[in-house]
Design a protein around this ligand. Structure first.
Ligand code: NAD
Length: 353
């Protein structure tokens, strides 16, 4: 089994095949006698298996985790956790399940163990996004950072190929934007480069052979690096666009990231080509946007927002919303440039360099 490591943000992070079976040792480490296991309805089987491994120390299983962490579901889960006297939370799943664990932690202070099954990276950040009355808000609070992460490649091996690709590109988007973040440091740039390299090497192998656990483990190292860097620096235009498209047009999270990424990076590469140069050197290509576009297509990623159900008529409104309360961005963003970027991403055209 891989050795334990303590990551730079104070979490205990472990990588290794079969690590989910070590869950009781981690609960003991937290001094927990009763853990509530969380999952989505689609991952009930994984949650039940983990609860069986936990045995008597499982306080119960709550399987209603939902994308974008709706507050009403959180309130129900908090009530459930209190009624079964849970003293810790174990989240097995992707960003939606880990988001619910964070939302419970924020309200109760319960410690969490995250057992990720996608590459989204939420397990490594103190960020919590939640939705109430159709509005998504985000907060940062050290209390929501899971205390332990167990990366078990067997769990991510069941991720269907289409989601494997989009989830990986979602993770790579954190690293790509970290390269030009205003508050970047040498350490964050190194993490971002490590994350991008891990996916550049691991993802093609995983797509070729989804059950290749060595390659899956490589991609999980990438997910940790990309997630950690997301928690350390501010994001820019790419994340703003994806939040706009997800929040206001209900587009799916990982797919939207996968489609927008080459376009947003191409847009910013015109201002900070030297900061984004690692992308072309890692993925190979003439420019960072083109390199991401070629890589995404080779991996079989979706390329057009219209295929996610976005209407062309919505592009003006998306531009308008994205320009409201803009995030800091290395290149000034004006309406016409942004509208052209979105048009390309909508139609599935190559990014314009
Ligand atoms: P998800 O957690 O919503 O999972 C998508 C679907 O895939 C679900 O039905 C899930 O049950 C299923 N699934 C997950 N892993 C699986 C596996 N191994 N095998 C089979 N099915 C599996 O998707 P996501 O992309 O991981 O997370 C998206 C959410 O996470 C968004 O709400 C996003 O805002 C949030 N997020 C938050 C942060 C943060 O730092 N706060 C970071 C990244 C993402």
């Amino acid at each position: 089994m891989a050795p334990s490591i303590t990551s730079i943000n104070g979490q205990k992070v472990r990588f290794g095949q079969g690590l989910r079976n070590d869950i009781c040792a981690e609960l003991s480490g937290l001094g927990s006698a009763k853990a509530l296991v969380l999952s989505t309805p689609q991952q009930v089987d994984m949650a039940m298996e983990l609860a069986t491994t936990i045995g008597d120390r499982a306080a119960g299983v709550f399987t209603r985790a939902t994308m974008h962490t709706p507050v009403d579901v959180t309130e129900e889960a908090v009530e459930h956790a209190q009624s079964v006297l849970a003293d810790s939370i174990v989240s097995i799943g992707g960003g939606s399940t880990i988001g619910l664990g964070k939302a419970i932690a924020q309200r109760t202070g319960l410690p969490q163990i995250a057992v990720p099954t996608t590459y989204a990276g939420s397990e490594a950040t103190p960020i919590l996004g939640q939705t109430e009355d159709g509005i998504k808000t985000t907060l940062t609070d050290p209390k929501v950072l899971p205390r332990v992460i167990l990366y078990d490649p067997e769990l991510v091996a069941s991720l269907p190929p289409a989601m494997t690709v989009t989830s990986a590109l979602n993770a790579m988007a954190h690293a790509a934007e970290a390269l030009y973040a205003k508050d970047r440091t040498e350490q964050t740039t190194e993490l971002a480069v490590d994350g991008l390299k891990a996916f550049a090497i691991g993802l093609p192998k995983v797509i070729e052979q989804p059950g290749d656990l060595t390659a899956r483990a490589e991609t999980q190292q990438g997910a940790w690096a990309c997630g950690t860097v997301l928690g350390l620096v501010g994001m820019a235009l790419h994340h703003k666009l994806c939040h706009t498209l997800g929040g206001s047009f209900d587009l799916p999270h990982a797919e939207t990231h996968a489609i927008v990424l080459p376009h947003a990076i191409s847009f910013n590469a015109q201002e900070v080509p030297e900061l984004l140069a690692p992308i072309s050197s890692i993925l190979g290509g003439t420019s960072p946007g083109q390199a991401l576009w070629d890589f995404a297509r080779k991996m079989g990623a979706p390329t057009a927002l219209k295929d996610l159900g976005l209407a062309e008529a919505d592009l003006d409104r998306a531009t308008e919303i994205a320009l409201k309360n803009p995030y800091w961005n290395p290149r000034p963003v004006a309406a016409d440039g942004l509208r052209a970027l979105l048009q390309n991403a909508w139609a599935g055209n190559a990014p314009s360099d």
